[in-house]
Design a protein around this ligand. Structure first.
Ligand code: GAP
Length: 510
């Protein structure tokens, strides 16, 4: 399904609405609707259970969004949390300079792909793509240009050389997609933190930031948590919470938002052991994604070309979104950067006494950080399908179905009386609903023909529909319809919860 249809599906079926839509929305801010909040909560629950409750050496916290402003000085965000921005003077449209250059490189890559596809068609079975890419002169020339442009961009980003980024945009002849002109301003650094003011202090003194990552709430609480829980290194602190970034270019729906939610875990370790834990968390996090049934072909690791100011190794888990492979999660070896900087600026020791080594040290940190909204987009874009299925009369009809993992599905079971105006059926169905709702998130629906009700449940991803019919009144059995196979199974009412439970509960993927 294309991306536009996915966005309309999310709105039509109560997953995601544009924020303050009656005022024409607020760019890159979204509200989650009744099914959206359930799916999002299930994603968070899966993360929390597997990261916190399944690990004896990981504990959770919920730190405040506002933090002492010195936090962001120490973390480097005041000085270095910038994106390079450039404006087109004719359209007044603002761009991220690096994204303009990457877009230019992607266009060349698309030309290469076109040549590859043509050659594939021409040579058929005998075509060797690797050989073709390695030897075809036109492909090689284009690949060299991509490599050179991206290398120069990465060098400029690393060195903070805005002048060279501007020069690169001009030399590549990049045009504005709105005005079509090459009339660019200089490239400038733009700090991504939102700020606000404390009520009782005027000026710079009272300046507060909305946290751009949840991680710092964990670092500043490192000793509080370690002492109050008596954890020994290695141990982790996890948190789920909102983060805010004044993104220059916010697009692609909930992929890049200005207000979003992160699920982060900082794992505190002995200095020198960071690479082994980095590998451990890379593997563990990839398994977490695969357990949801996401095919390996939709996920890949991507090493960072430019390391953030705090990291000595960093990798993304990328997901194949409708607009290509992009970052879904980051795994970073953050060294002792954050704790050391907080130690310096606060004057408070943030050290751990290691009883086995009999020494004090500032722990190193490996972090796993995933955007909850991006995970939501990954799950919904992978699950939403348009399919031909037989309808009640045996004819073929089209359905939109969300094939979410049952453990993530917003509604687990829909309870449907076959007919609305037969009191015996509706009261039996209500009884079943009242029993099942204690176990799962259920929905009772009696409106419209049964086929339409099935379609509604398919569209929100409900894995099971339980139908109460005239046989139910005779023998206390109901049918369970499986969303994916469309198979119907006759089951005793008393066995329903036990039958459905193992298929929809989180335990199946933990
Ligand atoms: N503490 C490390 C950190 O914040 P990051 O790579 O900047 O690292 C981590 O962000 C994750 O947060 C990303 O992998 C992504 O899933 C999510 N994320 C970052 N910016 C986002 C945005 N503007 N909108 C939605 N999700 C975002």
């Amino acid at each position: 399904m294309d991306f536009k249809n996915l966005i309309s599906h999310c709105k039509e079926y109560g997953f995601i609405y544009p924020s303050s839509e009656i005022y024409d929305g607020l760019s890159a801010v979204y509200d989650y609707g009744p099914y959206g909040v359930e799916l999002k909560n299930n994603i968070k629950q899966y993360w929390w259970k597997s990261m916190v409750q399944m690990h004896e050496n990981i504990v959770g916290i919920d730190a405040a969004i506002f933090m002492h402003p010195k936090t962001w000085k120490a973390s480097g965000h005041v000085d270095a949390f910038n994106d390079p921005l450039v404006d087109n003077k004719d359209s007044k449209k603002r761009y991220r300079a690096d994204q303009l250059i990457e877009g230019y490189a992607e266009k060349i890559e698309a030309k290469i792909q076109k040549d590859v596809d043509k050659a594939k068609e021409k040579f058929g079975e005998s075509f060797d793509e690797t050989m073709y890419r390695a030897t075809n002169p036109r492909v090689l020339e284009r690949q060299q240009e991509i490599d050179a442009v991206l290398k120069r961009m990465n060098d400029a980003l690393r060195d903070g050389n805005m002048e060279d980024l501007g020069a690169l945009i001009n030399e590549c002849g990049i045009t504005c997609e709105v005005s079509g002109s090459k009339n660019w301003t200089e490239v400038r650094q733009f700090n991504l933190m939102f700020n606000t003011q404390l009520g009782n202090i005027a000026g710079e003194e009272g300046k507060l930031y909305l946290r751009p990552e949840t991680a710092q709430g964990i670092f500043v609480n490192f000793l509080n948590v370690q002492k109050s829980t008596r954890q020994k290194i290695p141990f982790g602190i996890a948190q789920i919470g909102k983060a805010f970034r004044n993104e220059i270019v916010a697009r692609q729906f909930i992929f890049r938002m200005r207000e979003f939610e992160q699920m982060e875990m900082q794992f505190f370790i002995r200095p020198g052991e960071e690479m082994q834990w980095y590998e451990y968390w890379k593997e563990t996090r990839m398994k977490w994604h695969l357990a949801l049934g996401t095919p390996q072909s939709k996920l890949r690791f991507h090493d960072h070309d430019n390391l953030a100011h705090y990291a000595n190794a960093a990798v993304d888990i990328q997901f194949d979104f409708p607009f290509g492979f992009r970052e879904l999660e980051g795994i970073h070896s953050r060294t002792d950067f954050d704790l050391t900087e907080h130690q310096k600026l606060s004057g408070k020791k943030l050290q751990y006494f290691d009883p086995e080594l009999n020494e004090n040290y500032v722990p190193f940190v490996v972090e796993t950080s995933i955007g909850c909204d991006r995970m939501f987009l990954a799950m919904i874009s992978q699950a939403l399908k348009e399919e031909k299925v037989p309808d009640a009369d045996g004819n073929e009809s089209t359905r939109e179905v969300l094939k979410l993992h049952p453990a993530l599905a917003p509604v687990k079971v829909a309870v449907l009386p076959l007919l609305k105006n037969k009191e015996e059926l509706t009261s039996a169905a209500t009884e079943v609903f009242n029993t099942l709702k204690k176990h799962f998130n259920c929905q009772y629906d009696e409106k419209d023909a049964i086929g339409r009700r099935y379609r509604r449940q398919d569209a929100i991803g409900t894995p099971y529909c339980v139908t109460i019919d005239f046989d139910t009144l005779e023998n206390n059995t109901v049918t369970i319809r499986d969303r994916d196979t469309l198979e119907q199974e006759r089951v005793k009412i008393e066995d329903l919860a036990a039958k459905i439970g193992p298929r929809v509960n989180m335990a199946s993927i933990l």
